[in-house]
Design a protein around this ligand. Structure first.
Ligand code: TZP
Ligand code: MG
Length: 369
């Protein structure tokens, strides 16, 4: 849909450099025709099984591929009105705006450049029925998404999906900070840790927030996932990737309801029953332990590697073995099916070397569960 003719006098437009940019100008009347991205919206609706609502496109561009429900804004419409109208037209569903997710841009063969404002939708209801430029409506699990028509939609999905952030083969070394949190974060990230948890029981929340922000910068620079232990407020304020909850913290479902979609929620479990329950509740990963006796969690009886083997067989979500693990006793833990190993004391000294040694243990040829 290239702009070729002057909308005012119909003469053929010419390209000319104006203010350092290539502009389209009419040689007859001198008016400039500007090219701008076209504003559109996209809806992110997730069902109780955390599947994502997609529609299959019946028109170009991207005919036959899938995308988020959405479309172009009409004059006189707010972005919120637009996304709810498009949702209704394409899927038959009514919904409410939960929150603004963000803006992503797409290059388009037809429209040149599209600006997509994405909104999370809650309390959607009605009977799904494809309409308008959609020929099919379906909910997809995050791990089984079809080919997505637009780069902007893919990036929006990446923003809201936790499953896409978690490596299917596990994290390898799951580093938990203690004492000198910043130093451990720097060394661990520099050595290739894929995930780092900031665990601070000091109770000084002001100092914790400052440390969390610093750890956010370090982890971001290295592409390491940053998980905040216990504190949802600090996780959100420091823009962590996730929060790690214990059995005595706020219930997972309640936390899920107040955090942005895409925030990873991990849960500590201490038995097979708790692990299955955590999976059922929709935890993104589970910590299981203590495997061995540990002064770091002295009140909890160790569950042993046989119990770990049972849990590794029974659950399908990522599993992190924790508690009393050292480089000396890690082999049976790996053999029992752990694909990730978390330590507190174990990362206090020689952090870089220990991270590398543990990551190496999870290379090709490791035991599978
Ligand atoms: N949860 C279960 S055991 C444990 C936590 C936080 C502590 C692990 O610490 P260490 O020093 O690696 O034994
Ligand atoms: Mg805790």
């Amino acid at each position: 849909m290239a702009k070729t003719f002057c909308a005012g006098c119909g003469d053929r437009l010419e390209e000319r450099i104006i203010d350092g940019r290539v502009r389209l100008i009419c040689p007859s009347c001198g008016s400039v025709t500007y090219k701008n991205p076209i504003p559109a919206t996209a809806a992110v609706a997730i069902d109780s099984e955390r599947r994502l609502l997609l529609v299959r496109r019946s028109v170009e561009p991207g005919k036959g591929l899938w995308c988020l429900p959405g479309g172009f804004m009409e004059i006189g419409e707010t972005p919120e009105q637009c996304v709810l109208r498009e949702l209704k037209e394409e899927t038959g569903l009514d919904g409410e705006i939960e929150r603004f997710i963000g803006i992503e841009m797409s290059k388009s063969t037809v429209y040149e450049s599209v600006l997509v404002a994405a909104f999370a939708i809650r309390d959607w209801s009605g009977v799904w029925k494809a309409g308008d430029d959609a020929e099919e409506v379906r909910f997809f699990p995050a791990a089984e998404l079809p080919k997505i028509a637009f780069q902007s939609h893919l990036r929006i999905i990446e923003r809201v999906s936790t499953a896409r952030k978690i490596p299917p083969e596990g994290f390898g070394a799951y580093v938990i900070t203690s004492n000198d949190h910043i130093r451990i974060a720097r060394d661990a990230c520099g050595a290739g840790a894929r995930i780092l948890q900031y665990r601070d029981k000091s109770g000084d929340v002001g100092a914790m927030l400052r440390t969390a922000k610093e750890i956010r910068n370090i982890t971001r620079d290295h592409g390491t996932l940053f998980i905040m232990n216990d504190r949802i407020d600090i996780a959100l304020l420091a823009e962590a990737d996730g929060v790690h909850l214990g059995q005595e913290d706020l219930p997972l479902a309640e936390v899920r309801a107040i955090v942005p979609p895409g925030l990873i929620i991990g849960l500590s479990t201490h038995s097979l029953e708790q692990a299955l329950e955590a999976q059922e509740q929709g935890a993104d990963y589970i910590g299981i332990g203590p495997i061995f006796a540990t002064p770091t969690k002295a009140d909890y009886p160790p569950i042993g590697v046989e119990a770990l083997r049972g849990v590794a067989r029974a659950v399908s979500i990522p599993l992190v073995a924790i508690g009393g693990i050292t480089l000396e006793n890690i082999d049976p833990v790996v053999a029992a099916g752990a694909r990730s190993v978390a330590m507190v004391r174990g990362f206090q000294r020689d952090t870089s070397e220990v991270v590398q040694r543990i990551n190496d243990l999870f290379g090709p040829g490791r035991p599978t569960r």
